[in-house]
Every structure is written in structure tokens, then in C-alpha cells.
Design a protein around this ligand. Structure first.
Ligand code: SER
Length: 318
């Protein structure tokens, strides 16, 4: 059976690049992009698009029917910082969109599901360094609570109903194509924009706040790797720890100074500091590396080089 893929939340930071990559690999008509509003010109021109509200089961079911979809990537979510401002909405979106997709799989309308979890499933009582796959999980943000509950439901649907659902716990994802929205790790993207535009950045996290991070290319690679792995290799059906590198605002600033010597950083933490403080500093992802061959490619120097080059091209074109 040929792959026919639906991406829900295709216009977001990860959804955009995931859609473009899958279209490059499988052909544009094999990948249907969907979201509540239109995305970038590049995304909109790259293949079919449908309006879908992830909370509307019937809308999703109709598009699955129309295109004979067999795989769904559910990328719609409200992230950590916005979630703290709108807790009820975050819970509703993050949970009910997942139930819609899991139920469609349970009913046999689709064969495979990707749903991202996050480092936000961990909390202040979790071991901070090299956080293990199996450990204390007591998240303190609405986003983290919704992702942890989602993980439990994914495993439940796999065990009870045989739903082939696959998931990774993304760290902060750094990218230049589409802006992120409402995350605590977003500083690590803003800093590159400000370095090029203003030569300085006022960080909303303290200088020694170390968080797990990853370049978009690696995140997409991990996503496709777990989705393409034979089912028996996907041994964890809640969500896999996934890691690349960890750094602090000071360390990323020092790296940027290697490219832009005059770059300057200041620190004025806000409400996002306590969210960051509740998360791990580094993650043990040895299980993903063992089970389905995960391996990251981008270190902080490579990320900085690619971010600054691509953002400069983007700004020059404006
Ligand atoms: N990047 C996310 C956030 O900051 C974490 O998964 O909310």
C-alpha cells in the first residue's frame, strides 16, 4: 500500500519542515498539509492543503476519507509558555486532538500515528543530568501535564487496541524557516535573529540555564527514522527520550561571538525561567539510539553556522 500522509498542524515550526521533507521524499501528492490557517508561501505552494481544526473529529475524518490517508502526524499543540497563560485551552487542544487521532486509528481508518511528546514531561523532582528514559515524572506546567497524559494514552491505545503510535520527547528545536510559537526554548532561536538584526540580545532565561536542544534537521531525521522503523524495533510506545546537545544562554552567546565578535547579551529572566528550571539539563537517549538507530549530526557550532547563514539570506531577501 502506498503511503498517504496527513500532517495536522503543518504550518507550525516543525510541521512546515516535516511536510516539505516528506514531500521531497514521497512526492507532493502523497502528503496532505493541514492547519487552522494558511502557512508560509513555500509550504502552501509545495502541495495539497486542507483547513483542519485538530479539535474537529469530523473534519479530520473527512480529509482522511478524501485522500485515503493511512498515516497521520499530529503536530498541532499549545507549547509551554502560552499554555501557562491559557491552561484550559492548552489542555483541550493537546488532549482532544490526540484522542481524535488515536480514535481514528482504533477505528481502523488510519494505520500509523506520529505524536510528539517533549522534555516538558519531566519536572523539578526528576534527575536533571542525563535524565533516564524511566524516571520520576511530575511535570509542573500544563503543557508537560498534557504531554505526560498523552504518553500514557498512546501506550494504552497500543496495548489495548494495537494502535501503531510512535513518539519522541523533543528537546528545544532550533530552526530558521518558520518561527516557533510560545515555547520556553524559543530564546535559542530569537538570539540568532537579534544577533543579525541588532547585534545584541536580552535573554529571558538566566545565563546558566542549561537545556537540551536540537537542530531542526536532526529533529526531522529522528521523526522519519522512528516512523520508518519496523514495528518490532519500536519497543517504547509511550515516548522515547531524544537528545542532541545541551547549552546555556551564555554558551550559545559565546558561540555566536565566534561568528559576530561584537555580539552582546544581557539577562532579564521572566516567568519562563521557572518553567526552564523545572526541566532537565541533559537527556539520556540511549534507548532510541539502540532500538532504531538514532544519531544526531548537529553540534552548537554547526547549528550556529547554519542559522546565521540562512537567516542572513532571509533578511537580505526582504
Ligand atoms: N520547545 C518546547 C517549549 O519550550 C518544549 O517542548 O515549550
Amino acid at each position: 500500500m502506498d503511503k498517504s500522509i496527513l500532517i495536522i498542524g503543518a504550518c507550525g515550526q516543525i510541521g512546515t519542515e516535516l511536510t516539505l521533507k516528506l514531500r521531497e521524499n514521497l512526492g507532493k501528492n502523497a502528503v496532505i498539509a493541514s492547519d487552522i490557517s494558511e502557512g508560509s508561501e513555500e509550504l502552501m505552494q509545495s502541495g495539497p492543503f486542507e483547513f483542519i481544526n485538530a479539535l474537529d473529529y469530523n473534519q479530520i475524518a473527512a480529509v482522511i476519507d478524501k485522500y485515503a490517508i493511512n498515516e497521520v502526524y499530529l503536530m498541532a499543540a499549545m507549547l509551554s509558555a502560552t499554555g501557562e497563560k491559557f491552561p484550559a485551552k492548552a489542555w483541550e487542544l493537546n488532549m482532544n486532538s490526540l484522542f481524535n487521532v488515536l480514535n481514528l486509528a482504533k477505528e481502523g481508518k488510519i494505520k500509523k500515528v506520529f505524536w510528539p511528546s517533549s522534555i516538558a514531561v519531566f519536572g523539578p523532582t526528576t534527575p536533571k543530568e542525563n535524565t533516564p528514559q524511566q524516571t520520576v515524572m511530575a511535570p509542573t506546567t500544563v503543557y508537560g501535564i498534557s504531554k505526560l497524559a498523552g504518553e500514557r494514552w498512546c501506550e494504552y491505545y497500543f496495548n489495548k487496541f494495537g494502535v501503531d503510535v510512535r513518539s519522541v520527547r523533543y528537546p528545544g528545536i532550533i530552526s530558521w524557516k518558520t518561527s516557533p510559537g510560545g515555547g520556553t526554548t524559543d530564546y535559542a532561536i530569537e538570539i540568532y535573529h537579534k544577533a543579525l538584526q541588532d547585534g545584541n540580545y536580552d535573554s529571558f532565561l538566566n545565563k546558566d540555564t542549561k537545556l537540551p536542544m536540537m537542530y531542526m534537521d536532526d529533529a526531522i531525521d529522528a521523526t522519519l527514522k522512528i516512523m520508518n522503523a519496523p514495528a518490532e524495533q519500536v519497543k517504547i510506545r509511550s515516548s522515547y527520550n531524544l537528545a542532541a546537545i545541551s547549552f546555556t544562554p551564555k554558551e550559545i552567546a559565546d558561540e555566536i561571538k565566534n561568528f559576530i565578535p561584537k555580539f552582546d547579551i544581557s539577562y532579564h529572566s521572566d516567568f519562563r525561567q521557572s518553567i526552564a528550571d523545572s526541566w532537565p539539563s541533559s537527556i539520556d537517549d540511549s534507548q532510541a539510539r539502540k532500538d532504531w538507530g538514532w544519531k544526531h549530526q548537529f553540534d552548537l557550532e554547526k547549528i550556529s553556522d547554519s542559522m546565521l547563514k540562512n537567516l542572513q539570506i532571509k533578511y537580505d531577501a526582504l
